[in-house]
Design a protein around this ligand. Sequence first.
Ligand SMILES: *Cc1c(COP(=O)(O)O)cnc(C)c1O
Length: 420
Amino acid sequence: MGDQLAIHGGEPVAKEPFPSTNLGPSAIGDEEIQAVTDVLRSRNVFRFTNREQSRCAELERLFSRMTGCPYALAVGGGTGALIAGLVGIGVGEGDEVIVPGYTYIASASAALIVGALPVIAEIDETLTLDPNDIERNITSRTRAIMPVHMRGIPCDMDPILRIARAHGLKVIEDTSQACGGSYKGRRLGALGDAGTFSFQQSKVMTAGEGGMLVTHDRHVFERAAIRHDSAMCYWDPENTTVQPFPGENFRMNELEGALGCVQFARVETILARTRALQQRIREGIDGLPGITLHQPPDPEGDCGITLTMFFATSDKAREFAEIIRAEGIPAGSMYDQGIPDRHVYCYWEYVMQKLSGDRHGWPWTSPRHDQNRTYSADMCPRTLDILGRAVVLPISQTFEDRHAEMMVEGVRKVAMALAT
Ligand SMILES: *Cc1c(COP(=O)(O)O)cnc(C)c1O
């Protein structure tokens, strides 16, 4: 009865739309409204006016405690956190930063903004930076590696850190999509020289906008703090040991700080639920013909906010995604020629074409850079192959148990139909 595919006129598995897959933003409730309203009533929205009661400072303490990093800096966004972090670890003009071919374009953009060039390396089937493709990309100009914990998946940090140490490179972890995740018992963001978070709407927790930088190194923190605020050395001269230099304004405001503090308190609950749902779905669809399930480098540290299925070819993945969406199950392809997804390097047009806002083409044209460095859409074929064969199931704490059951039923139905 229920075997006929919806795409062929059968009953869809899900007869009503799934709930929102937004994580933090879906959880916004009275506590957030109260916290933000309290800031407004205090008539103080700037973090440095009343430092003792600053909600931004409180959010920094929460991230310090979570990650075990003594230094945390709240900033205006995830990209700003990366820029401040890169400046913090000493990346600048003439340097190269190794970034994975699968990450949001802002990871590469941050390197360019500080004058460095992004060097694009392959991902592997974890969907994160392939440790085996790092050394091929190291040159005399390489200064840092930027592993990105995509879609809540922890990168395989041990080999990455080993390679970094062997070559004297810094590591900055882009943890924008994996707040609360961990690797072998250590919180993501705390494993390298600097770690960054984003509180934009589509992340695990939100502050409207906003970001966080964490580090174990006071020097990195101070440099990042100066970069994030052109007046930093005047706010806190007795606590600044590094020489001042021009900064900009990536400051977080108290409205964001207050919202962030309440949302932070929800992260563990959100992830406990997404992890339980992911486990149920994984068990329910394990071993189906034609589907290989994603294996995170550390299953316990995975945020559980996605579950990816791999197919033998990109055609099979595309067909599967199309059919299962007709069943009412949210599922996305990761790389589809024609859909310009800015998470896939070949759609980073200002990197591919070396574009700049500067009329002299800086930093691409800087004589400190290798002028022979080229970029092309086919430079990381394995990344495109892996993403092309992937179909991702988004998982949110807004799902009820029956939504997990429907996902399982939908995947089984489509897999069995395609297998015969
Ligand atoms: C969201 C995101 C960023 C940028 O964060 P913003 O807060 O939007 O500036 C950077 N890197 C990754 C991997 C992201 O997902």
